[in-house]
Design a protein around this ligand. Structure first.
Ligand code: AP5
Length: 218
């Protein structure tokens, strides 16, 4: 399986990528998670990226492309979550996959109304260790503020404050939405209504991938 999960902030890319990774033996490459890891470790990339992330802007393409090239080295089955996010990133990915001789199966577009995205993000709490996401409205943990699986204390992301969320949604419309047409033109785009329950969305993603690749996912 080689797919891209495309969609605005809060569409459920991370939630769905984690489910697919757990159940289908495929590796999730989340550029947001990789950047947050660099920030936690205080690397030069993390320090530079922080300045962009905290104001809801995109990190420069050159930094992101180099990071993804290194993350995909030796990997033949993956879910890209949060990458590509600009046309230059998509073009760089085309070159990389052609060099690796790994064609994409599909680009899954998760669609959710903007007001729902805003509500989802401002109510999100995450486990900083595993990146598992909860939502105080739609998916609360069993015990408030505590991860169900490993008992870690949940935190809110610094870019989930209302002003930054609004900015991130605008950035998606301006810089990432052109990718919808980019992938539609090459016949790779599968559009999913992601304003449904999590399991229904997963099932629709899997049947979309099966149709696109002609292979039944186990
Ligand atoms: P990143 O971490 O990638 O953030 P994002 O794309 O803005 O996406 P999110 O993680 O916010 O949302 P999601 O779609 O994964 O939703 P989730 O599953 O968590 O990027 C952060 C920053 O890093 C960027 O702003 C940028 O600065 C930088 N960056 C990253 N990649 C970059 C790139 N390629 N180029 C340049 N810069 C880059 O769900 C959200 C909430 O909704 C959760 O609470 C969840 O529990 C809940 N939820 C999920 N599904 C459902 C459902 N079906 N029903 C109800 N609630 C649901």
């Amino acid at each position: 399986m080689r797919i891209i999960l495309l969609g605005p902030p809060g569409a459920g890319k991370g939630t769905q990528a984690q489910i697919l990774e757990k159940n289908h033996n495929v590796w999730q490459v989340s550029t947001g998670d990789l950047l947050r890891m660099h920030r936690t470790e205080g690397t030069p990339l993390g320090l530079e990226a922080a300045e962009y992330m905290d104001r809801g802007a995109l990190v420069p393409d050159s930094l992101i492309i180099a990071m993804v090239e290194s993350a995909l080295r030796g990997v033949d089955s993956f879910i890209l979550d949060g990458f590509p996010r600009t046309v230059p990133q998509a073009e760089a990915l085309d070159v990389l996959l052609e060099r690796m001789n790994y064609p994409l199966d599909a680009v899954i577009l998760l669609q959710v109304p903007r007001e729902v995205l805003f509500e989802r993000l401002t109510a999100r709490w995450v486990n900083p260790r595993t990146n598992r996401s909860y939502n105080t409205i739609s998916m609360p943990p069993k015990v408030a503020g505590i991860d169900d699986e490993d008992g870690s204390k949940l935190v809110q992301r610094s870019d989930d404050q209302p002003e930054t969320v609004a900015k991130r949604l605008d950035v998606f419309d301006e810089q990432t939405a052109p990718l919808i047409e980019y992938y539609r033109k090459v016949g790779k785009l599968i559009e999913i209504n992601a304003y449904q329950d999590v399991d229904t969305i997963t099932a629709e993603i899997l049947s979309g991938i099966e149709r696109a690749s002609g292979v039944k996912s186990s």
